[in-house]
Design a binder for this molecule. Structure first.
Ligand code: C2E
Ligand code: CA
Ligand code: CA
Length: 561
C-alpha cells in the first residue's frame, strides 16, 4: 500500500469512474474502492439509509462489516479478504445488513476487481441491491406501483390534502392473455398505462396497482369532471385498440372515492375504493361508482368481521384452525399428499372462508406470526399422517408478503428443525401474486429453499397475467391448475385445449402438474389423459380436520400406497 492518504489525482479518478458506474447501474446502489489506498466512495442513498460516516471512506469494508448480521459476517469478510489478497477477482453474495432502526435488510452484493495495465488489482467496484427497499415503479408500465400509491396516499392523509381517487381496471384481461397470449396482454397493459397517464397529466398521478387495475389520484374536481374523463377513456377502449396484429375491444370498470376525512387510514380508504370498484364490476356493468357512506353502512359488518379476525391473532390464534385436503396420484388415485388450508370462525360471525380475510390480512404486520403458526401446526399434524403414509408430502400456502421478510428462509429452517421434519416432505405453494416481489429476491428464496430439499409449487396457474413468465423464470417443482379452468371440461372443448397448452408449458420447464377441483369421475377420466401427475378435489375429499383425515386413512376411505 502507498500510504493511507489518497492523492488528489487518485481521488479525481475514483470520482469519474464512480460517476460512470452510477449511470450504468441506474437504480441500484454502487460502491467503488481504490484498493491501493483502501479508499472508497459509496452511493449517497446507501450512506443515508445505513447512516454510514460519509460517502468517502477509508476501510469501508471494515465499517460495513459492522452492519452485517453476525451469522453472515464470516462469509463476507472471507470474501473481501480474498479479493484484497488477489486470490479472487470478484464476489456475488447475499447477506443481511442492519438498518439504524435495528431491523435487517436483505442485500445482494456483486463486485469485481478492475486491474491496472500491469495486471495488478486497482479498483474494486460493484452494485449493492437492497431487496427490502421497495421499488415504487412498475416495471411493465413505468407508472408508480402499489407501494408508490400507498406512500402517496399516506402522505395525503398526513398532510390533510383533499384528493379524489379513482380505480380503473381492465375487464377480462385473463381472457385476452389466454386467447391472444401473454405478450399481447402485456401490450394492452402498457398501452392502457400510457393512455391513462396522458389523460391525467397536469391533473394528477396515475398508478398501476395490481394485475389489471390502475389508479388515479388528483386534486378535487367535480364528480362530473371525473365521470366525463372516465367516459372518454371508456369510449376509446370500447371502439377497440390496434395492438400487434389485433383489434382488441377492452371493457373497463371504475370506482372512485373522495378523500376529505383524514381520520381514515390508507388501508380503509383502499378498501372503500375497492368496494366501489367491485360494485362497478359486479352490478353496474362498468359504470363509474362513487363510494359513499351508504355503501359503508352496508359493509360495516364486513369490516368489523375482518377486525375481529385480525384481533384473534394475538389472542393465541383463537378461532383459527387448519383443515387438510388429500392430494392423490393421478394414475393410482392413492394418497400422496395433503394441502393445509386455513379456517377461521367464531360465534358472532360463524365460519369465514380464507379468501375473504387473507388478502385483507396479508399486508398486516401481524400476518407473519400467523404464517409461522400455520407452518408449525401443519408440520405437527403432518407428522401424525406420515406415521401412516411414510412418503406423504404436506403442502402449505404462503402469502407473498411472508417471502419478502428478511430472514424468511431462516424462519422456515427453524420451524422444520424444531418440528423434526424432513424438508423433502414439505412443499410450499405460492401464487402469482408473488410477482409483486422483486424477481431476484424471489428467485434467490426459491433456490435457497430448493437447495435445502423443500419443494415449491406455483398455485392457481393461469389466473394471473404472468403465469408463463413466472414458470419460465423460476424453477417450480409443480404447477397447480386452478379449478376454474377445468370446471366445464366435460362439455367444453376449449377447456381441453387450454389444459393441453398448460401441460405443455409445465413439461417444457420440467414441472409436474396438479389439477385442482376434480369433482366427478367424468372429469377425472378426461383430465387424466393429459399427462397430469396429481389430483385434488371434492371427488376425493373435501378439506377435513386432521382427526377425520387420520380416521379416513385408517378405515380405508382413502387409498394409501
Ligand atoms: P387454494 O390454495 O387454491 O386452495 C384450494 C381451494 O379450492 C380451497 O378453498 C379448497 O377448499 C377448494 N377446493 C378444493 N377442491 C375443490 C373442488 O373440488 N371444488 C370446489 N368448488 N372447490 C374445491 P379454501 O380452503 O376456501 O381456500 C381458498 C384460498 O385461500 C386458497 O386457495 C388459498 O389461496 C387461500 N389459503 C387457504 N389457506 C391458506 C394459508 O394457510 N395461507 C395462505 N397464504 N393462503 C391460504
Ligand atoms: Ca393452494
Ligand atoms: Ca389453487
Amino acid at each position: 500500500m502507498e500510504g493511507r492518504i489518497i492523492t488528489e489525482e487518485a481521488k479525481k479518478r475514483l470520482d469519474s469512474l464512480f460517476e460512470a458506474f452510477s449511470i450504468v447501474a441506474e437504480d441500484t446502489q454502487v460502491f467503488l474502492c481504490d484498493m491501493k489506498h483502501d479508499y472508497s466512495r459509496w452511493s449517497k442513498a446507501l450512506v443515508e439509509a445505513f447512516e454510514l460516516p460519509s460517502e468517502y471512506m477509508y476501510s469501508a469494508g471494515t465499517i460495513w462489516e459492522e452492519h452485517i448480521h453476525p451469522d453472515d459476517r464470516k462469509a463476507y469478510s472471507e470474501g473481501v479478504n480474498a479479493i484484497f489478497k488477489g486470490e479472487q477477482s470478484g464476489h456475488d453474495i447475499q447477506y443481511r445488513a442492519k438498518r439504524p432502526d435495528g431491523e435487517y435488510d436483505l442485500i445482494t452484493c456483486r463486485g469485481m476487481v478492475l486491474k491496472d495495465k500491469d495486471g495488478n488489482p486497482e479498483y474494486f467496484g460493484g452494485a449493492i441491491r437492497n431487496h427490502s427497499q421497495r421499488s415504487y415503479i412498475d416495471a411493465l408500465t413505468g407508472l408508480r406501483n402499489q407501494y408508490g400509491f400507498f406512500a402517496d396516499l399516506q402522505s395525503n392523509i398526513r398532510n390533510k390534502v383533499p384528493v379524489r381517487i379513482g380505480m380503473v381496471g381492465i375487464g377480462k384481461l385473463t381472457e385476452i392473455n389466454e386467447v391472444l397470449g401473454y405478450d399481447v396482454g402485456n401490450l394492452v397493459l402498457q398501452y392502457f398505462g400510457r393512455f391513462l397517464k396522458d389523460k391525467v397529466t397536469n391533473r394528477g398521478c396515475a398508478y398501476r396497482l395490481d394485475g389489471s387495475r390502475f389508479a388515479v389520484v388528483s386534486a378535487l374536481q367535480s364528480d362530473r369532471d371525473y365521470v366525463d374523463v372516465y367516459e372518454d377513456i371508456r369510449t376509446h377502449f370500447r371502439k377497440g385498440v390496434h395492438l400487434d396484429i389485433y383489434d382488441i375491444i377492452v371493457e373497463l370498470n371504475a370506482g372512485m372515492i373522495v378523500l376529505d376525512d383524514f381520520n381514515l387510514d390508507d388501508q380503509t380508504v383502499y378498501s372503500c375504493l375497492n368496494f366501489a370498484y367491485e360494485e362497478s364490476k359486479q352490478v353496474k356493468h362498468g359504470d363509474l361508482v362513487k363510494f359513499n357512506n351508504e355503501l359503508i353502512e352496508k359493509n360495516k359488518r364486513h369490516f368489523e368481521k375482518l377486525h375481529a379476525i385480525r384481533a384473534s391473532i394475538p389472542q393465541g390464534f383463537k378461532g383459527f384452525s387448519l383443515v387438510y385436503q388429500p392430494v392423490v396420484d393421478a394414475e393410482t388415485e392413492k394418497l400422496i399428499g395433503v394441502e393445509s388450508l386455513l379456517r377461521w370462525k367464531n360465534d358472532d360471525y360463524g365460519p369465514v372462508p380464507p379468501d375473504v380475510f387473507i388478502p385483507f390480512l396479508e399486508k398486516d404486520p401481524l400476518f407473519p406470526i400467523l404464517g409461522e403458526w400455520i407452518m408449525e401446526t401443519a408440520l405437527c399434524d403432518a407428522k401424525k399422517l406420515i406415521e401412516l403414509v411414510p412418503d406423504l408430502i404436506v403442502n402449505i400456502n404462503l402469502s407473498y408478503t411472508q417471502i419478502e421478510r428478511a430472514g424468511f428462509t431462516d424462519t422456515v429452517w427453524n420451524i422444520i428443525r424444531k418440528a423434526g421434519f424432513l424438508p423433502e416432505q414439505l412443499c410450499l405453494e405460492i401464487t402469482e401474486r408473488c410477482r409483486l416481489l422483486d424477481m431476484e429476491l424471489l428467485r434467490n428464496v426459491i433456490i435457497a429453499l430448493k437447495a435445502g430439499g423443500i419443494r415449491v409449487a406455483l398455485d392457481d396457474f393461469g389466473t394471473g397475467f404472468s403465469s408463463v413468465g413466472l414458470v419460465k423464470e423460476l424453477p417450480f417443482d409443480t404447477i397447480k391448475i386452478d379449478r376454474g379452468f377445468v370446471q366445464q371440461i366435460e362439455h367444453d372443448e376449449r377447456e381441453k385445449r387450454l389444459l393441453n397448452h398448460f401441460t405443455d408449458i409445465a413439461g417444457t420447464f420440467g414441472a409436474k402438474v396438479c389439477v385442482e377441483g376434480i369433482e366427478t369421475s367424468g372429469m377425472r377420466d378426461i383430465i387424466r389423459k393429459y399427462g397430469i401427475h396429481s389430483f385434488q378435489g371434492y371427488y376425493y375429499s373435501k378439506p377435513v380436520p386432521i382427526d377425520e383425515l387420520l380416521a379416513m386413512i385408517k378405515d380405508g376411505r382413502l387409498n394409501t400406497p
